[in-house]
Design a protein around this ligand. Structure first.
Ligand code: HEM
Length: 452
């Protein structure tokens, strides 16, 4: 494999100036002036300029950190950090903010504790277990039908952003708590986690409110323990799981993991469905092809779980929404020891910023980088130029645990609803990206619903 040119603007793969990978002093190119990297629009625009000027590995002096930072979008470099040399990289800056929300759940934990938790949680996400959730996912989807029908009849537009956020929140809560979710709603006079869909900010006030909701999970755990019934849901699997010493998770660990699943499993799928409905409304050919696929597979507002594999084009559309709008658009790692990344030296303590958003829009990797073009994923992604060109769920050992869950959820939702409804974006809406912890639309998207 020929070497890359360090810092080339395009990704030219042949150059007379090749960094000597044995020389550990070569630093990646980057600006001298300090630059603050955060999760906001300004940072996103800054990253775009830096990548255009310095190439796909950029050194940045971040005034918030004494250690150097590196922005990487090059798929070989992503592979190195996330897979080949993953043990050298722990979670990086930004995760402390997530810790306020999630305690020490598996998204933020590291080392032996993370490994223990992941090993205990993983079985709950087996294909067999996720497929058992299909009936519930279909029911939550079907429950939307009367409301959407009414909107179609009255001509009133629907806020698809909130709708998808509520949908995915209900799905993950039911997956975690099954019937205890219904008991909670009755006791609390409504979904006690609904505030997550009403307030998109994840500031200290929301974090405090969310953490307090952990008490509700504690009560459910207590009741289940009293009855000696763990329950056949994600919480039940986590309660029953034991580590290599035969020990269960403590209540605090269980609560942190449940809270992690609520946040990780709701905003990501809900946001993707929001973007997908919008993109289908803008791309009539893709919409017609997706409709063509589901129309023969769905009948009586239902689809057999055996047909999930037949929803190939629907999955291509989901992947294309994940490519253009990866919910986790920027995440970070910290180097434990010195390393060499694509020929550049990385000192211990350096912060690594990985951006699926920019890798997913790299013209060297994608035929139509900024367009909604589901054919990018034809043949189930067999034609991708690089395996790490598409990393909405990250890669390697810290890859998203809920990947299959979210595909099943999104495919079933789209199949049932696309068969019945065609959605058109209300004209003259400002469509702006809000790159926070997750990549959202700045304003809710309003959709006109039409019956087929
Ligand atoms: C469109 C849907 C989703 C996307 C794009 C997504 C994306 C991601 C990404 C990028 C990571 C890795 C972060 C990192 O390495 O720093 C991650 C981790 C994680 N995700 Fe997801 N996710 C989605 C859905 C879900 C769902 C439905 C659940 C749970 C039901 C979930 C639970 C988790 C958990 C627990 C982790 C941490 C895994 C670990 O570190 O061991 N995610 N997700």
């Amino acid at each position: 494999m020929p070497e890359r040119i360090a810092g080339s603007i395009s990704h030219c793969y042949l150059s007379p100036i090749m960094p000597d990978i044995t020389d550990r002093t070569i630093r990646a190119p980057g600006p001298d002036a300090p630059i603050t990297l955060d999760i906001n629009l300004e940072t996103q625009q800054t990253i775009k300029k830096l990548l255009a000027e310095y190439g796909d590995i950029v050194k940045v002096h971040n005034p918030k950190n004494k250690d150097l930072s590196y922005l990487i979008t090059n798929p070989d470099a992503l592979k190195h950090v996330l897979i080949s040399n993953h043990s050298n990289y722990i979670k990086g800056p930004g995760f402390e903010r997530v810790k306020m929300l999630l305690g020490n759940g598996i998204i933020v934990s590291d080392g032996d504790f993370w490994r223990r938790q992941r090993t205990m949680i993983q079985p709950a996400f087996s294909r067999k277990n996720i497929l058992q959730l299909c009936e519930m996912i279909k029911l939550v989807t079907q429950n939307l039908i009367p409301k959407w029908r009414k909107k179609a009849e009255t001509g009133e537009a629907i806020d698809i952003t909130t709708e998808m956020s509520e949908f995915s929140l209900e799905v993950i809560l039911r997956a975690l708590l099954s019937n205890d979710f219904d008991h909670l709603v009755i006791e609390q006079g409504g979904n006690p986690f609904a505030f997550l869909t009403e307030d998109a900010t994840r500031d200290l006030a929301v974090a405090m409110k969310f953490r307090q909701s952990g008490k509700l999970i504690q009560e459910i755990i207590d009741t289940r323990r009293d009855k000696n019934q763990e329950g056949e849901d994600l919480l039940g699997s986590m309660m029953a799981a034991t580590d290599k010493d035969g020990k269960n998770m403590s209540d605090k660990e269980l609560i942190d993991e449940v809270m992690t699943m609520i946040i990780a499993g709701h905003e990501t799928s809900g946001g993707t469905l929001n973007w997908l409905w919008y993109e289908l409304s803008q791309n009539p050919v893709a919409e017609a092809l997706a409709y063509g696929e589901v129309s023969s597979l769905v009948s009586d507002n239902n689809i057999s779980t055996d047909q999930l594999g037949a929803l190939g084009y629907t999955k291509q559309c989901i992947n294309e929404a994940l490519r253009l709008y990866p919910p986790v658009w920027l995440f970070s790692r910290k180097a434990v020891k010195d390393d060499v990344l694509q020929g550049y030296s990385i000192s211990a303590g350096s912060n690594i910023y990985l951006s699926p958003y920019f890798t997913h829009r790299d013209p060297e990797l994608w035929a139509k980088p900024n367009e909604f073009h589901p054919d990018h994923f034809i043949n189930d992604g067999a034609n991708l130029k690089h395996k790490q060109a598409f990393i909405p769920f990250s890669a390697g050992s810290r890859r998203c645990i809920g990947e299959y869950f979210s595909y099943v959820e999104m495919q079933l939702h789209m199949a049932i609803m696309l068969k019945l409804f065609k959605l058109d974006a209300v004209p003259d809406q400002q469509m702006e990206i809000d790159p926070g912890i997750n990549l959202r639309t700045k304003n809710s998207i309003m959709m006109q619903i039409n019956l087929r």
